[in-house]
Design a protein. Structure first.
Length: 344
């Protein structure tokens, strides 16, 4: 974007701050009284210039103006002064999430992460559990559950574990199962889960040891056995926060679209997955979101990394987000999630 004049940046900053607080269109008189040392006429002229350049919009029912998506983008990238997350908030968040991790598993902890993000941000918190498909396979254990069922326990190099149960049509003795486990670990160790899913048939078809029947089942079921992408990987909390936002009171259809996207889960997982390749904070504002259901909202996310496995934590809210406060919150949540899982 072309650089705005310093006065225009100052007025944009003041207007965004006031609109984030009130949710109402902001007039020139309000800005002139905010301590900038500018007259209402000067502010009014600059606001007209900002509107002409596409940074502000003028609602028909009000004399004031509101930021456009372009205005918010310039504010976030060029003008905003980021805040620090208060130490008291850090400690409260840490205690809440650490307690959940001690009492439950990683999945329940990630659910708690989404709820804490929602509570602190007063918006909708979202989180993805670690994406096992990107993890490095370490080993598989085979446990005989019954004559027709075998439990497969997959360990990812970061220490994460996934379990599956498969059925067989005849008994397999313990020695044969141990040999099958040895063969699988020898052939698949060091590969990502996605690589295993795509090449397991080729890698296991020529082995001479183990149970041919169990190996055949693993090969034939590779697409489902090694497919860990699921709508259940999505956790979200704080949906009720949206009903308190003034911009959504008269836009129930828009709100219903977002709720439908979240409840369907898989489409939202896909949207969040596409953000996994970027380090640090990623912010998409309004129409920058490709999904129609998200185009009235802002999405702020950060990836967290656990060994070779990644997950995501973020906030969905109106474009009128307090970005200066939300960004350090999401950064801290990602860092804390990494730390707690890594030391589990």
């Amino acid at each position: 974007m072309p650089q705005l004049q310093q006065r225009e940046e100052t007025i944009l900053n003041s207007l965004v701050s006031a609109h984030v607080t009130t949710g109402e269109p902001i007039g020139s008189r309000t800005i002139s009284k905010s301590g900038l040392g500018l007259s209402p006429a000067t502010v009014r002229n600059s606001m007209a210039d900002l509107e002409e350049k596409g940074y502000l919009a003028h609602p028909h029912t009000s004399a004031g103006r509101v930021p456009t998506d372009k205005g918010y983008r310039y504010y976030v990238d060029q003008v905003m002064a980021r805040e620090d997350l208060a130490e008291a908030d850090r400690e409260r968040i840490r205690r809440c999430i650490a307690a959940q991790l001690r009492e439950g598993n990683i999945q329940s902890m990630i659910e708690q992460v989404s709820k804490v993000v929602a509570e602190v941000s007063e918006n909708l918190g979202v989180a993805l559990t670690p994406r096992f498909e990107r993890g490095i396979f370490e080993r598989m254990e085979l446990v005989h559950l019954s004559e027709s069922k075998v439990l497969m326990v997959l360990t990812i190099r970061s220490g994460l574990v996934k379990t599956m149960v498969t059925e067989i049509d005849s008994a397999i003795d313990i020695a044969e199962m141990d040999e099958t486990r040895r063969v699988i670990n020898e052939r698949l160790s060091g590969l990502t889960i996605a690589e295993i899913r795509d090449s397991v048939v080729e890698r296991l078809k020529s082995v001479s040891g183990g149970s041919p029947k169990l190996l055949r089942i693993i090969c034939e079921s590779a697409d489902s056995l090694f497919n860990f992408s699921s709508g259940e990987d999505l956790r979200y909390g704080g949906a009720g926060n949206f009903f308190l936002k003034p911009e959504f009171i008269s836009h129930q259809t828009q709100l219903a679209g977002l709720m439908g996207l979240l409840e369907a889960r898989e489409p939202m997982v896909t949207i969040l997955d596409e953000r996994m390749d970027q380090e640090g904070i990623k912010i998409t504002i309004g129409n920058e979101n490709t999904s129609p259901e998200l185009q009235g909202y802002s999405l702020v996310t950060s990836r967290y990394q656990v060994g070779n496995v990644s997950g995501l934590v973020g906030v969905i809210g109106p474009t009128r987000l307090p970005y200066a406060r939300i960004i350090p919150l999401i950064q801290y949540m990602a860092e804390l999630t990494e730390e707690l899982i890594d030391h589990k």
